[in-house]
Ligand binder design. Structure first.
Ligand code: UT7
Length: 342
């Protein structure tokens, strides 16, 4: 038995009839409007806000981001990413048993973005559909949730999406946050398989840090009560992110019985190149093993990991049989990792 399969015994208990979940398709979508740092800096200057390409690149690694059109929603982008993932998987939308959308920028308070995606994909089979709200860890949470549904035998085909229009919750008068985020969507199709697939998952949260990264508003009597803009204590988030990303990756590796050297590709949440590089270093991985899209996408929250995964699958870097570690960290505070074999 290969070492990795032995490792899988510890987390995803293997029996004669073990079911695993496996990624059989990936897809992504970026809105057409691409805004470089210089373009954003020029736009902000007209409001008297000072920033520069140099500052943004040096502090974050971001060079550009995409912003959705005014009439474009998270579900619109999710559908485009989903179609591409379904196409790669060779599945019809009606073969899906489950749709999960990780988002903090849903189209509406309700219904869920997942229900809107189901309808826009023309699905009539009544499959389960719901949103997952774990901010930038949302995709790791959603993938772990779908993995559990599939391993339990409840469902066979799951569509897992991360989709965000963070541009809608950015305060373009706050230079400490508005230069960091972008819009987009990424998706995977997870399918039941006798071979792994997902090797281990690890999810965590600590609500005592709710105030360091939040949109502290709600709808009340037809108006927003509180603030409808993203607030972040960047340094507090930075310190916590560096700590938990290493810890949760190590936990996922231990659950799978694997050493970090078994990771072929590391896909951390794409928030800040400095955080990502520090995580790779702490895991003893060279930067060449890390997929980086933050430079071109900015921080797209729950969409960042599936966007990066799809880019690296489609450009041929990630190959069948390779081990991929995804890990997210974000508001809540939440963090999580999923280790899987392509
Ligand atoms: O997605 C969820 C996870 N999120 C993250 O992981 C984000 C974590 N945090 C970060 O990535 C970093 O903390 C930031 C990129 C947000 C900020 O970087 P930093 O190195 O922590 O900068 P700072 O907040 O310490 O600010 C340094 C200086 C300040 O000026 P003074 O006080 O030193 O004079 C800021 O006012 O940079 C100034 N500054 C800017 N200058 C030009 C802040 N934003 C800007 C800006 N342009 N856009």
């Amino acid at each position: 038995m290969p070492v990795a399969a032995l490792g899988a015994l510890t987390d995803h208990k293997m029996t004669q009839s073990a079911i695993y979940s496996r990624v059989v398709g990936t897809g992504s979508y970026l809105p057409a409007r691409r805004v470089t740092n210089q373009q954003l800096a020029d736009e902000l200057a007209t409001r008297g806000i000072e920033t520069s390409d140099e500052w943004i690149v040096a502090r974050t690694g971001i060079k550009a981001r995409h912003f959705a059109a005014p009439d474009q929603t998270s579900s619109d982008m999710a559908v485009e990413a989903a179609k591409r993932a379904l196409d790669m998987a060779g599945l019809n939308a009606d073969q899906l048993d489950l749709i999960l959308v990780a988002t903090s920028t849903p189209d509406f308070v309700f219904p869920s973005t997942a229900c809107l995606v189901q309808h826009k994909l023309g699905i009539k089979n009544g499959c389960a559909a719901f949103d997952i709200q774990a901010v930038c860890s949302g995709f790791a949470y959603a993938m772990a949730t779908a993995d559990n549904f599939i391993r339990s035998g409840a469902y066979r085909n799951a569509l897992v999406i991360g989709a965000e229009t963070f541009s809608r919750i950015l305060d373009f008068n706050d230079r400490t946050t508005c230069v960091l985020f972008g819009d987009g969507a990424g998706a995977v199709v997870l399918q039941a398989s006798s071979e792994p697939g997902v090797l281990s998952t690890a999810l965590h949260a600590d609500g005592s840090y709710a105030n360091i990264l939040c949109v502290p508003g709600n709808v009340n009597a037809g108006a927003v009560q509180g603030a409808a803009f993203l607030y972040m204590d960047g340094q507090a988030v930075f310190k916590l992110a560096v700590k938990v990303l290493e810890k949760v990756a190590t936990e996922a590796l231990e659950k799978a019985g694997l050493a970090s050297s078994a990771i072929d590709w590391l896909i951390p949440h794409q928030a800040n190149l400095r955080i990502m590089s520090s995580t790779a270093r702490k895991l003893g991985l060279s930067e060449e093993k890390m997929v980086v899209t933050v430079d071109q996408h900015g921080n797209t929250s729950a969409a960042s990991i599936p966007l990066a995964l799809d880019v690296a699958v489609r450009d041929g870097r990630i190959k069948p049989g390779q081990n991929v570690m995804i890990e997210g960290v974000g508001g809540g505070f939440t963090w999580g990792a999923v280790l899987f074999r392509m």
